[in-house]
Design a protein around this ligand. Sequence first.
Ligand SMILES: C[S@@+](CC[C@H](N)C(=O)[O-])C[C@H]1O[C@@H](n2cnc3c(N)ncnc32)[C@H](O)[C@@H]1O
Length: 355
Amino acid sequence: MERYVDACGAELARAYEDGLGDATTVFVGGGTPSRLGPDLLARLVAGVRRVPSAEVTVECNPESTTADLLAALREAGVTRISLGVQSLKGHVLAGLGRAQEPGSVERAVALVGAAGFTSFSVDLVYGGAGETDRDWIDTVEGVLALDPPPPHVSAYALTVEPGTPLARDASRHPDDDTQADRYLAVDERLAAAGLDWYEISNFARLGHECRHNLACWRQADYRGIGCAAHSHRAGRRSWNVRSVDRYVDVVERGASPLAGEEVLDARRRELERLELSLRTRGGVPAASLPDDPELRPLVARGGGRAVLTARGRLLANEVAMRLRPDAELDGERPAPAAAPGGPAGLLRSVAGSGR
Ligand SMILES: C[S@@+](CC[C@H](N)C(=O)[O-])C[C@H]1O[C@@H](n2cnc3c(N)ncnc32)[C@H](O)[C@@H]1O
């Protein structure tokens, strides 16, 4: 772990030599950073130069969230904690291949509040094997009843990633219609508690939206550090080698951990801008979607914008297939090949952390 944190520091130092500026937001996530423990994690965070008002989020799992860790993170300038809760039901967690001691979520949330973090988020996943509608509603209501209650919740539809044990076991795959009901159930309950959707899978009290994720959805530049980290700069996307071992090895040898890159042409970039924007509450310019009867229940129009309705959010990829990136220029539809993900499925529409 120490070698990994040092390698991240070395990659960062080279990025500063190459002119990387101060961060306006920082997100430490993927995997479970809290496993590093207070000293290493604080060292990692402290190495990132940022503006004084920066939002700094660290992902933690409930079991590895301790008072010492949270105190060290506050000291290192962390402003926001994202807790990977997934479910409050033991059998659902077991179905997701995760174990959690009973009471660990309540304990972790109380520690986050006691440490003085005023903004934090809880991640939930619906559609795990053995989860009933009641289990899901209990989880959502249980999360809203936490003390302190989370001002931000991410609720993801379980995504079946190719090449995973889940992909190989069809009996554990969630059903699209069940998932649609679960999405509507969480949306309704969170909205009633004052947490409105601001992106398909993300809900927050006003002022608690994750600025980091909003920046990614607005195609801002970002610099990824670490294994499998992705970066974006003005239409050029790049990514690092995936495994921890390879990453440490390459960086220690003084070589670049870059594994690949792609450059988006102007049309592709504009289409992605609209696709990302469509998933958010800001929606897209009304002219970028045809005003066709089929889309009317899916899209609300007003003030020159088109915004997904709750039903539209279930079918967001269907709507995205109709986006016209250059409607103002030539009134043409994008070629089908330019639309992402092939035929739109509900699962892909409601799932995904957007990263
Ligand atoms: C980048 S992950 C953070 C890693 C986190 N510590 C964990 O244990 O997964 C962010 C969130 O993505 C969600 N997630 C992970 N795997 C998923 C899947 N297969 N489908 C949908 N959401 C998933 C979980 O809610 C997780 O907390």
